[in-house]
Design a protein around this ligand. Structure first.
Ligand code: SAM
Length: 274
């Protein structure tokens, strides 16, 4: 159904093939969610067998999303969030975290997987300060001009643009132009929140990228410098680009004693100059 409760003309859309895994559903399987099918669970299982700590890494990515959004809503005064590659709703979604601190915070979810929008709209039907639509992040013009983005968020004021657990699905050919188009569209005081599969020389990192590329088309592990490059001339806040577990942790984490799963992803938040 769409937001007005109308039944879609064709559901599921022909583009949806439940015999093949999708990123959103396989990630949901890794997180222990229910919105996945046999093909997604098989891929998740295969990846778990080949990449030590993968499940923990998915959990760490969700945790840093929560800490990052909490910081932005509670301490940085951000009240608009554009969550790109938002994934299937799970616990502590961006709008829940942001609106716990500011009930007026507006959140827009965008994902290429139509199932995300269906589940998102069902959950968000009661929440007037959220929107969810289907689009490909690699088309910034389409995303930014969509009525649920452009007409709902005020791009003359600060917006938090999130590519959380998403940067590694942008190939080296398109990542620069895509991310810089989003940076350019933001008003001063806005920020970019990135998390990505990282390459610090551990074999599991490139192995995960390879498994993801082979089964889900895209999957790229980037060095910390390559991740930092995507912030352009924005100002990184402490601790800069760091392993997700070390990004403003709620409890002290020993940087010299990270588990394999804690070394798969990095996170960072940077603000556009005023
Ligand atoms: N942001 C959530 C998080 O960090 O927990 C979900 C991350 S999940 C690993 C990545 C999401 O990005 C999936 O839901 C997938 O469908 C979406 N995605 C991948 N490529 C995309 C694209 N080109 N455009 C829009 N969404 C995309």
């Amino acid at each position: 159904q769409d937001r007005d409760g109308q039944q879609d003309a064709q559901w599921p859309p022909p583009s949806m093939d439940f015999s093949k895994p999708t990123i959103a559903r396989a990630y949901d399987a890794l997180l222990g969610g229910k919105d996945n099918y046999a093909a997604d669970r098989e891929l998740a299982e295969f990846a778990l067998q080949n990449v030590p700590g993968l499940q923990e890494s998915a959990g760490e990515n969700r945790k840093v999303l929560v800490r990052g959004v909490r910081h932005l809503a509670a301490e940085a005064g951000i009240d608009q969030f554009l969550d790109l590659g938002s994934g299937l709703p799970t616990v502590q979604n961006t709008h829940e975290v942001a609106q716990a601190h500011n009930p007026d915070a507006r959140v827009v979810y965008v994902d290429v997987d139509p199932l995300v929008t269906v589940h998102g709209q069902a959950i968000l039907a009661e929440n007037g300060n959220t929107r969810s639509f289907t689009a490909d992040v690699r088309d910034p013009a389409a995303v930014l001009s969509h009525p649920d983005a452009h007409g709902f968020l005020d791009f003359d004021r600060p917006v938090a643009l999130m590519l959380v657990g998403m940067l590694h699905y942008l190939s080296p050919e398109v990542a620069d132009s895509v991310v810089s188009a989003y940076r350019d569209a933001l008003a001063p005081g806005s920020c970019l929140f990135l998390t990505s599969l990282v390459d610090t020389g551990l074999p599991a990192q490139q192995e995960l990228a390879r498994i993801t590329r082979e089964n889900l088309e895209e999957g790229w592990a980037r060095t910390p410098d390559e991740i930092e490059h995507h912030f352009g001339d924005f100002d990184l806040i402490e601790p800069g680009v760091s392993y997700t577990a070390l990004w403003r942790p709620d409890e002290l984490v020993d940087a010299d004693d990270l588990t394999p799963g804690e070394q798969l992803g990095m996170a960072g938040i940077a603000f556009k100059k005023q």
